[in-house]
Ligand binder design. Structure first.
Ligand SMILES: O=C(O)[C@H](CS(=O)(=O)O)OP(=O)(O)O
Ligand SMILES: [Mg+2]
Length: 222
């Protein structure tokens, strides 16, 4: 089994793991405790359209700021709601998902071990971990989260980018410090969402493995 790491773009037809630690991946993983499915939307107008059709609850942000009339892209806020369908549109994570041509799991730190296990079950020959980044730029929190997920896949054939991420994520104290002081985290802190950041760096508190089939996200049954 080959394990590759990429930034934003996917090339595999096999299995991807989309990683957007702050906050889409963490929000989606938590949301599946409260909603049967999550539908990612590319734009606000698409989200509103889907909500009209499905009656789903609207959540999302742009640049971290909650969209007017939506609930936030917040793993903490989402816990106060429940229902059939959550419609989520975010600056990076849902946009990356909508660009994928392969089936995709959604990885974070709260489900790192579970998502790695599920990926091995589902993939034929390749697991590609895609870092969402921020507006096309590299995001250290996604790199380090990918490294922690790759650690659970270390016995397979890692490409050099994957090896670099795994080595970078070796010391959890350094990882936490880098994430808590990342530009994404400091932006969220300014917007009043620092509790979301602290929630997002917990390890393996969830067994939820979100799987995206090109239309919607459900819980993968390991
Ligand atoms: O909502 C978030 O935390 C981020 C905001 S930003 O675009 O990184 O400023 O969006 P996400 O799509 O979850 O990375
Ligand atoms: Mg992000």
């Amino acid at each position: 089994m080959r394990i590759s790491l990429t930034h934003q773009r996917s090339s595999t037809e096999d299995l991807s793991i989309m990683v957007d630690l702050l906050r889409a991946s963490t929000t989606i993983t938590v949301a599946l405790d409260k909603f049967k499915k999550v539908i990612p939307a590319e734009s606000v107008s698409e989200a509103l359209e889907i909500s009209k059709e499905t009656g789903g609850l609207l959540a999302g942000e742009r640049g971290g700021e909650t969209i007017k009339g939506f609930i936030g892209n917040s793993p903490l806020q989402i816990q106060d709601y429940n229902g059939e369908t959550l419609i989520l549109t975010t600056t990076n994570g849902t946009r990356i998902l909508k660009s994928l041509k392969s089936k995709a799991l959604i990885g974070s730190l709260i489900n790192a071990r579970a998502v790695a296990r599920a990926a091995v079950e589902l993939a034929n020959n390749e697991i590609e971990i895609i870092m969402a980044g921020v507006n096309g730029r590299f995001a250290i929190e996604d790199f380090l989260t990918a490294g922690e997920i790759i650690y659970y896949l270390r016995d397979y054939e890692l490409d050099e980018f994957a090896k670099a991420a795994m080595i970078a994520a070796h010391d959890k104290r350094i990882v936490d410090d880098m994430i808590l002081n990342s530009s994404s985290a400091l932006k969220l802190k300014k917007l009043g969402f620092f509790e979301d950041v602290k929630f997002s760096i917990q390890r393996n508190i969830s067994k939820n493995v979100p799987i995206y089939n090109g239309k919607l996200i459900k819980k993968y049954k390991i």
